[in-house]
Design a protein around this ligand. Structure first.
Ligand code: ZN
Length: 388
């Protein structure tokens, strides 16, 4: 989703990155907080430095919210790709769907509970500091605490992809045992909520005429479109019906031996293909990892000869290693396939690679099935009948 991200390192073993749009958020919150602090404490460099510290503090607490989701997800056996900060906050990129309603619920609640906890603690600290010193610092801390509580409440609004929407999905899933129906209802709720925020923001801009309305409209629009994406994904999963992995997979795929160096790879035949993502195999031809060209771009050219493919490739999660007979819809529900970044590998009973399914294969299968065309590869390219 967010490609142009700057890696910030790892926290608790989870990769953290920031999209360039985080700088817009940082600037905007520094401006809003600084203007309000300058009203009470006068316009000085110190006031603006405190405001900047407050904006950085807000981003740090947003990161705390997302890390809470990711840490609980990992503990519940769900693969976590990374946490990314961007314009409207943070995103935890999970590599697969939660395994059961209880995990879904806990992962969803972890974020808002953390924000609420941080908010309360920061407000207590703000009061303590306020009783010792005066000036902009206690006000900044008060703002930071209040923002975290607001964040917790906003995120609990019951529409996917907000945390409250995930809570709603988990509860419906537990009640009905039907994950698809639960996902659909939570996404529909997210769409209604997004439209509501758009209208509310528009009304605020017209009636009150301040910038808060624009922010609300932006959030509403984002929520509305993200809920639409979720709804489409759930519906398409439904349409895939009894299509099997072997019906859509690319057979005899190109794979990269894990022992190769990056230098070997860049001098191999593989660079002449159009593919952008490859399975990485061990000496017994078993898929163990996945490598996309984008995984290599950050590697300095000087390190290519000494870096093995296995150290740069991302380990393949167990859910992305399946038998060719498995239902595509069941696999697609468990794995998040990002275009040009992930693959599902099909293996034989000995664990050896027999095929791959990419996000493109999946999209094609879904579109063909929506059009009523045969999804199976074998049915697609029948030679025309040339009999006399
Ligand atoms: Zn959250």
């Amino acid at each position: 989703m967010l490609r142009a991200t700057i890696p910030l390192g790892r926290v608790a073993g989870i990769r953290v990155g920031a999209h360039w749009s985080t700088l817009v958020t940082l600037g905007l919150f520094t401006y809003l907080l600084g203007r309000s602090l300058a009203d009470t404490h006068g316009n000085s460099v110190a006031v603006w430095l405190v405001a900047a510290a407050g904006a950085v503090g807000l981003l740090a607490t947003l990161l705390g919210h997302e890390l809470a989701h990711s840490i609980v997800a990992r503990r519940r056996g769900t693969r976590v790709e990374r946490v990314v900060l961007w314009l409207l906050g943070g995103v935890s990129e999970l590599g697969e769907e939660p395994k059961d309603p209880r995990s879904d619920l806990r992962i969803a609640l972890a974020g808002p509970v953390t924000s609420l906890g941080i908010g309360i603690i920061v407000l207590v600290v703000a009061n303590l500091v306020g009783s010792l010193v005066s000036g902009p610092v206690p006000d900044m801390l008060g703002w930071l605490g209040a923002m975290n509580i607001l964040l917790a409440v906003f995120n609990l609004l019951p529409g996917a992809p907000l945390d409250g929407g995930r809570v709603l999905r988990a509860l419906i899933w537990r009640h009905t045992g039907d994950q698809l129906r639960a996902t659909t209802m939570a996404a529909q709720s997210g769409r209604i909520l997004g439209l509501g925020l758009l209208i509310l923001g528009g009304a605020e801009m017209l009636l009150v005429g301040n910038g808060g309305g624009l922010w609300l409209m932006l959030l509403g629009w984002f929520l509305y479109s993200a809920a639409n994406v979720e709804l489409a994904a759930a519906g398409l999963r439904h349409r895939l019906g009894d299509t099997r992995i072997r019906d859509v997979m690319t057979e005899h795929p190109l794979s990269i031996p894990a022992a190769w160096s990056i230098e070997d790879l860049l001098h191999s035949q593989i660079v002449h293909t159009d593919h952008r993502v490859f399975p990485v195999t061990d000496p017994a031809d078993r898929p163990i990892a996945v490598l996309a060209w984008s995984d290599l771009t950050a590697l300095p050219a000087a390190a290519r000869a000494t870096t093995a493919v296995r150290t740069v490739a991302r380990p393949l999660p167990p859910t992305a290693r399946v038998s060719g007979d498995e239902l595509l819809s069941a696999v697609a529900a468990k794995v998040v396939l990002r275009p040009d970044f992930d693959v599902i590998t099909a293996i034989d009973p000995h664990g050896r690679l027999i095929g791959v399914v990419t996000a493109t294969d999946l999209t094609l299968a879904v579109q063909r099935s929506a059009l009523g065309l045969p999804v199976r590869r074998s049915e697609r390219f029948r030679p025309p009948n040339t009999a006399p």
